[in-house]
Design a protein around this ligand. Structure first.
Ligand SMILES: Cc1cc2nc3c(=O)[nH]c(=O)nc-3n(C[C@H](O)[C@H](O)[C@H](O)COP(=O)(O)O)c2cc1C
Length: 390
């Protein structure tokens, strides 16, 4: 729970998407955050402030004079670990860019001394306009963060860019505004999921990997400033925000896509559960049911991690995972040396497909750091912080 006890101020502005702010408040609260809300006067025409007073148990401040002392715009700016304006109208983005402080929300924005997270929502032309794009570019240059709107059907009846980003994606950028940026300027290549080895058009051999750990590492590596590419075997998970995704199916596909990108990567995290073997033959037609015993002959797949260890560049950090049934640490240490890794994360099999993770981080000197039981995103943060905190 990386947002546990974090203080998040949500600023709501006058967009038709303002009703979605209720969901943002609830989502961040479920992640353990303390949430306060401020609204522009026009936002209150779209949703009532009472809703947010009830959801947060706190006053909702609107006018620049609001609050017990009149100085709450300063106190709230100091209070917040993260300030997210969602939805952010074109009008408010323009005001924050120019320093207009004519409401409580825009006054906090001026008094806030960290990166503000903006989640724009507006009609496509308003979003694409020179004015809005220039305002966004300048705010980005000053270090503020934007959660890109998605494409879809807009309230004005048009289809296009301008739809408020999904709650999970807003949460990811909120995390980015809070977490230390240890992976800034680093190209990070991550693999996730369990590969599938087909022997006819619809049947395959695979494993129980859900991809949750690799996806958690991807989300947190992005939130820690990394330029992340995820090579993903099939999973049911939503693609993390802000990264490049390459979908693959088999171990051979994954080998090809990883090796192609390995040279440019500063950090490679091989979390995918890659099948060691694949069926020797593939039938183009669905195999018929046979009354007799049938046998699938297997042949070895290329060993991606071993190859990465062989071609590793001097300053590249190569991290592997080892899931073991017995002698977990000893087997993991052996794999680390055999495959020329910098770090290996060892865990028992019972964390496969679970929401929790637990294990050990082992380096080349044999130093061991225990990962106590925690959710996979917290574990991903612990791993990346341990390795990249300088
Ligand atoms: C029905 C309706 C929907 C609107 N939706 C949006 C919107 O999604 N995004 C936006 O930037 N402006 C939208 N506007 C315009 C803003 O409400 C208007 O610019 C207002 O001044 C914004 O004030 P604020 O930025 O202080 O909240 C909408 C206006 C109306 C009447």
């Amino acid at each position: 729970m990386l947002l546990k006890n974090k203080k998040i101020l949500i600023g709501i502005t006058g967009s038709i998407a303002a009703y979605k702010a209720c969901e943002i408040v609830r989502h961040l609260q479920k992640k353990g955050a303390q949430v306060r809300v401020c609204m522009t006067p026009s936002a209150t025409e779209f949703v009532g402030s009472l809703t947010f007073r009830a959801l947060t148990g706190e006053d909702v401040l609107i006018d620049w004079k609001d609050g017990k002392t009149g100085l709450e715009h300063i106190f709230w700016a100091r209070w917040a670990d993260s300030f997210v304006i969602a939805p952010a109208t074109a009008n408010t983005i323009a005001k924050v860019r120019t320093g207009i402080a004519d409401s409580f929300l825009t006054s906090v924005a001026l008094a806030y001394d960290k990166s503000i997270v903006f989640a724009p929502a507006m009609n496509t032309q308003m979003y694409r306009s020179n004015q809005t794009q220039e305002n966004i570019n300048i705010l980005r240059k000053w270090g503020h963060l934007f959660v890109e709107p998605s494409e879809g059907e807009l309230a004005c009846g048009e289809e296009g860019e301008g739809k408020l980003a999904e709650v999970e994606d807003i949460e990811t950028v909120v995390l980015k505004s809070i977490l230390p940026q240890y992976l800034k300027n680093k190209k990070v290549l991550i693999t996730a999921g369990g590969t599938r080895e087909y022997f006819d058009p619809i049947r395959y051999i695979s494993n129980a990997s859900s991809g949750q750990m690799g996806y958690a590492l991807t989300k947190i590596a992005y939130a820690m400033g990394g330029d992340v590419t995820l090579i993903s075997a099939p999973t049911n998970l939503k693609k993390p925000y802000g990264i490049t995704v390459v979908d693959v199916i088999s171990a051979e596909d994954m080998y090809r896509e990883v090796i192609k990108r390995a040279e440019k990567a500063d950090v490679i995290i091989m979390n995918a559960a890659v099948a060691d073997f694949r069926p020797e033959s593939f039938s183009r037609e669905k195999l018929k049911k046979s009354k007799e015993k049938s046998v699938v002959h297997l042949k070895p797949n290329p060993d991606i991690l071993k190859k990465l260890g062989e071609i590793k560049k001097k300053d590249q950090i190569l991290i592997g995972f080892a899931a073991e049934s017995t002698d977990v640490i000893e087997n993991a240490k052996d794999k680390l040396i055999r495959k020329n890794l910098d770090y290996i994360i060892a865990n028992e099999l019972d964390v496969f497909s679970k929401k929790i993770h637990r294990g050990w981080i082992i380096n080349r000197r044999g130093d061991i750091t225990e990962i106590p039981e925690m959710d996979k995103e917290s574990s991903a943060f612990l791993i990346l912080e341990k390795i990249f905190k300088r």
